[in-house]
Design a binder for this molecule. Structure first.
Ligand SMILES: [Zn+2]
Length: 71
């Protein structure tokens, strides 16, 4: 009885190890998750100067106002 339980336990450990190993291997091939592309779509613009567009928050180079998220 005890040996059977031990074998099941070992089999479970191996299964978990294989799953963790395979998931790690797939995650390394996909370096960028889907969420990073959504963040990159966000653009920031000056409320006073529509021509000023930046992909990250900051200040307008023309008037120094903080850039707002463009929707
Ligand atoms: Zn401006």
């Amino acid at each position: 009885m005890k040996t059977i339980k031990k074998n099941l336990f070992l089999t479970g450990l191996i299964l978990v190890a294989v799953l963790v190993f395979s998931s790690c291997g797939s995650s390394t091939t996909k370096e960028k998750p889907a969420t990073s592309t959504e963040v990159a779509k966000v653009q920031y613009t000056c409320p006073m100067h529509a021509e000023v567009i930046s992909d990250k928050p900051g200040d307008c180079p023309k008037c120094g106002m903080p850039l707002v998220e463009k929707k």
